[in-house]
Write a protein that binds this ligand. Structure first.
Ligand SMILES: C[S@@+](CC[C@H](N)C(=O)[O-])C[C@H]1O[C@@H](n2cnc3c(N)ncnc32)[C@H](O)[C@@H]1O
Length: 279
């Protein structure tokens, strides 16, 4: 497999990320392009896949995608395996406040995989700022976004997404699972929730399940283990002294991002971010 952006699927047309996602990497792809591996790789792994901007750009023929968000992974599985039923179910949604809150109140555990995926996409496109945020009990709690005409069903793009996901392994779980799955010669792209620019800001906005400093250290250990195994590893993170020190033994590049919604608490405006690589 090469890093070349020649899609082996979709005959030249690339899908766009089908969901709005905090920390999405669409706008950084141009700056990433020269940083992707030049060498061939046998498998692509992305354990914080989110909206999948990098995966949908590279379109590798063999891939494993992981995210801790089970609703997101179920959505991708349904798009891959059951797109027709999903498209049919999506037709039922209405863009009203009452309908939004009635769907938000449903427990996804009581729904079929198709209904769960349909609810997920509807909430993603109509919730305030496209955020996906859950409370301490794991319940989605973002208010109605009041968008005039949200594009909930983009059939052409969902078809491209389904095609890109054919044969791709989709797993819901912790990023550390890559250690069970990555063979030497694989390319692993890591895009965790960012280390906050200000620890104080993070402390006040702390929510259970947040990605902590300990998680960043745990991730660094995974990076180092994959490196020793002979994988090519690329990581995105915020430009902070903590991250620069943690990864000081590796190649560190700076990219510039304009962020509207963000994994980080400071929110808006152009900021520098880091790309760390072991190759
Ligand atoms: C910065 S976002 C990734 C954005 C993605 N690259 C894109 O272009 O949309 C981080 C992702 O990590 C996921 N996540 C958070 N903690 C995780 C964990 N411990 N293991 C795996 N995924 C996790 C979140 O659900 C979120 O989708």
């Amino acid at each position: 497999m090469t890093n070349k952006s020649t899609p082996t699927k979709n005959r030249g047309q690339k899908p766009k990320p089908p969901v709005k996602w905090a920390g999405g990497k669409m706008q950084l792809l141009k700056q990433f392009e020269p940083l992707f591996p030049r060498k061939e790789y046998n498998l692509y792994l992305e354990p914080f896949v989110g909206g999948g901007a990098v995966f949908f750009h590279l379109l590798p023929p063999a891939a494993i995608l992981i995210d801790s968000n089970a609703e997101l992974i179920n959505f991708y599985q349904v798009v891959r395996d059951n797109l027709d039923q999903l498209l049919q179910d999506l037709e039922k949604h209405k863009n009203t406040k009452e309908y939004y809150y009635s769907l938000r109140a449903l427990d996804p555990g009581n729904l079929s995989p198709v209904q769960r995926a349909s609810r997920f996409l509807y909430l993603n496109k109509t919730a305030y700022n496209g955020l996906w945020r859950v409370n301490s009990k794991g319940k989605f709690n973002v208010p109605f976004g009041r968008y005039k005409n949200p594009r909930i069903i983009d059939k052409d793009n969902l078809q491209l997404v389904a095609e890109a996901l054919k044969g791709v392994e989709l797993l819901s779980g912790d990023f550390s699972r890559v250690l069970e799955l990555a063979p030497p010669g694989a390319f692993v792209y890591l895009d965790p929730p960012y280390h906050p620019l200000s620890e104080t800001a993070n402390f006040t906005s702390y929510t259970p399940g947040a990605f902590t400093r300990e998680d960043q250290i745990r991730l660094h250990r995974v990076f180092a283990e994959l490196d020793q195994r002979g994988c090519m590893v690329m990581l995105s993170n915020s430009d902070t002294p903590f991250i620069r020190t943690l990864y000081s033994h590796y190649d560190i590049r700076v990219v510039s991002a304009r962020r509207a919604i963000n994994c980080r608490p400071t929110g808006r405006g152009p900021v520098t971010e880091l790309v760390v690589r072991n190759y």
